[in-house]
Design a protein around this ligand. Structure first.
Ligand code: TNX
Length: 664
């Protein structure tokens, strides 16, 4: 991505107008006020179950090693920390003798319920994570990252120090299912983009990636024996920007397996979904004329129960017009092959068969129920549990034991739209909660025509008459959302990212972040006693993510609902001879702020002060965040030791300061 390249080179920028001899300016190695470890309570999302502050702080230094009972998780931590620190961070076996400054990942009794919990203790000597499972250690690793300064997520080397607060954390999730869904059917997304999204959301302890791989406008995974599914079915995406059709694409099975493995390495389970019997126009268009396919019976037209016969492509966002016929053998040959191959490539426990939005005017409820029942039988025969949109709890459907209904209605309490959740529980199903007005990542941030300022084309608004900013995503409670439904019936929460309006990962990032943090916290942290109190606390912790997202090139929406702060990090600098200095002094993260709205001053430590210059990208329709390089020019009149103090300030937020030591 060009954007990534530009930001990377920005951070990698190294000084100097006049290349000269010896003298040095080095970043301060002490701990000036702004570079002390921040308290845990202000920085970790999702909020840990308990965190008790200790005395002093831990400092990650060059000789540190990662002493780990699990090599893969040890290597994952090292890979997270190496780019920004530049330290080697050798990963050694768990029974190695400890040295001062090591990070320790121990498999053992963490005293936490379930499999994903961990204990994390830091003191001035070590950081120790203890967990029963590798997944628990990995969750502790995500917390370690967030206890370090946000610049730890930079892909390029930054200057020390790397402090962490002394703390004792005990942490474990409320729900076992904490999902993000990505719709790669409405707009094709590459495996590389999906992997980056996996990276981004794993940081917030999301553990499920639900992939919506088929819909009316596209079929995205190659299925052996049915090349038309991707050759014809994968050719387009929803048309945007005045186009009838946007470019399509598909993944080979090798690419799908690679994404599944990548997700697994991030302790995320992939739940594949081929929506049925509705949302099936791409499958029908692909197979309707596939008369020569030896696997079909020569008359595949009988799969089509859509409104149009023959079927026609429709690359708008229309829904509810297509359906596959349950009485066609060809339907079962096609769906059978899809389920067989996708489940074989997906080690997770679930297969999502869709089941949403089939109007009775298109297909009788009996036929719909017949199809869902038959398909459920195939799914269970492959050893998977059935998952579907909550409509699959309807009359005449007999969900196999262990089936999951995903609740997406905007109805709450006892409203008529909540019937799907009640039916599901009555049939012994468990629920994943994704109410569209609180969890749909494709909804616009602001209501009405105003919309967010940039970019205006993204998102729909049907579920969010008042706008769906981060407050709307945070201020709801799964238990009792539908009257009478308790946590004993809820396995978790999921935030679906539907694809009609998002063309690439920058677009996806803008809709996903920062709102996914709210869903991850609802899924992980204990039930909140008071939403207003919890929300105020969440806002400040969300603000602490700004620098992390910015340096990691996550194109998040800098919503005014989060009090984003400025964050300044000293750069590695050199000085010129003759006391002349010109170049980069620091990097500044300033989410959503144009450079012109930021004031910088450099106190050169010799009684003179000047303003700094900020270089970086201005916000555009695809790039909304502020990551700047702060530069300055100065000539010292005498050699000596100077402390350079750099300050950045902007309206409505606290000024930030960092220092550099200069010796000439
Ligand atoms: C509803 S909710 C859908 C999707 C759309 C989405 C757009 C549900 C199961 N289906 O087909 O993409 O709204 O917001």
């Amino acid at each position: 991505m060009a954007l990534l390249g530009r930001k990377r080179s920005l951070l990698g920028f190294a000084v100097l107008a006049t290349a000269l001899t010896v003298s040095t300016i080095s970043a301060a190695s002490g701990a000036p006020p702004t570079e002390q470890a921040q308290p845990v309570s202000t920085q970790v999302v999702p909020k840990p179950v308990s965190a008790t502050a200790g005395k002093g702080q831990f400092t990650l230094t060059r000789p540190a090693r990662i002493v780990s009972d699990d090599a893969a998780v040890g290597n994952a931590l090292a890979a997270y920390l190496r780019p920004a620190t530049g330290y080697p961070l050798d990963v050694v076996a768990g029974d190695s003798d400890l040295r001062q400054g090591d990070i320790v990942l121990r498999l053992g009794d963490s005293g936490t319920p379930g499999d994903e919990g961990y204990k994390l203790d830091t003191d001035t000597h070590h950081v120790t994570v203890t967990a029963k499972t590798a997944h628990g250690l990995y969750n502790g690793v995500q917390t370690i990252r967030q206890l370090l300064p946000g610049w730890i997520d930079s892909p390029t080397e930054q200057v020390a120090p790397w402090h962490m607060p002394s703390v004792n954390i005990t942490d474990y999730p409320r729900y076992g299912y904490r999902g993000v869904m990505l719709d790669i059917a409405r707009h094709f997304q590459t495996p590389a983009a999906v992997k980056k999204l996996v990276d981004q959301v794993a940081a917030y302890k999301v553990n499920v990636l639900h992939l919506h791989v088929s819909d009316d406008q596209g079929f995205r995974i190659a299925i052996n024996g049915f090349p038309n599914l991707t050759e014809i079915g994968g050719q387009g995406s929803v048309g945007t920007g005045g186009r009838t059709m946007d470019p399509g694409g598909f993944w080979t099975q090798a690419e799908y397996r690679d994404v599944v493995a990548y997700a697994a390495a991030h302790f995320m389970t992939v739940v594949p979904e081929v929506d049925s019997p509705g949302h099936n126009n791409a499958i029908i268009m692909s197979e309707y004329n596939d008369t020569a396919n030896p696997l079909l019976n020569g008359n595949p037209q009988d799969i089509n129960c859509s409104r149009n016969n023959p079927p026609v492509w429709n690359y708008t966002g229309a829904v509810g017009y297509s359906a596959m016929c349950p009485d066609s053998d060809n339907t079962w040959t096609i769906l059978g092959a899809i389920i067989d191959q996708l489940t074989a490539m997906s080690p997770g426990p679930y297969y999502h068969l869709g089941g949403d939005e089939v109007p009775a005017s298109l297909m009788s409820h009996d036929k719909y129920a017949q199809l869902v029942n038959q398909e459920s039988g195939i799914v269970t025969s492959k050893g998977k549990a059935v998952m579907g949109w909550a409509e699959i709890s309807g009359e005449g459907i007999t969900p196999p034991a262990g089936s999951i209904a995903q609740y997406w209605s905007i109805s709450s309490g006892g409203g008529s739209g909540t019937i799907t959740a009640r039916n599901a529980v009555a049939k012994g199903m468990k629920l994943v909660m994704s109410p569209a007005n609180h969890a749909y990542l494709d909804m616009k941030y602001q209501a009405g025509s105003a919309g967010p300022p940039i970019p205006p084309t993204l998102g729909l608004s049907w579920a969010c008459s008042r706008g769906c900013d981060i407050d709307q995503f945070y201020n709801w409670e799964p238990e009792g959302y539908v009257t009478g439904i308790t946590d004993s019936s809820i396995i978790g929460v999921e935030a679906p990212m539907w694809g009609e309006t998002v063309l690439n990962l920058d677009n996806v990032d803008y809709m996903v972040f920062p709102r996914v943090m709210a869903i991850s916290e609802i899924g992980w942290s204990p039930k909140r006693a008071s939403l207003p109190t919890a929300y105020a606390d969440f806002q400040s912790r969300a603000a602490a993510q700004g620098v992390r997202l910015t340096v990691a090139d996550t194109n998040f929406y800098p919503t005014p609902k989060v009090p984003w702060s400025l964050d300044l990090r000293a750069a590695r600098v050199q000085a010129g001879s003759g006391g002349q200095f010109s170049g980069s002094l620091a990097y500044l993260s300033a989410p959503g702020r144009a450079s012109g709205a930021i004031t910088t001053t450099i106190d050169w430590g010799d009684g003179t002060t000047s303003s700094g210059t900020l270089s970086g990208e201005a916000a555009t329709t695809i790039s909304v965040n502020g990551l700047y390089t702060l530069g300055g020019d100065h000539t010292y009149s005498a050699s000596g030791k100077y402390t350079v103090t750099i300050t950045a300030s902007a309206n409505g937020t606290s000024p930030v300061t960092t220092t550099l030591n200069v010796e000439l």
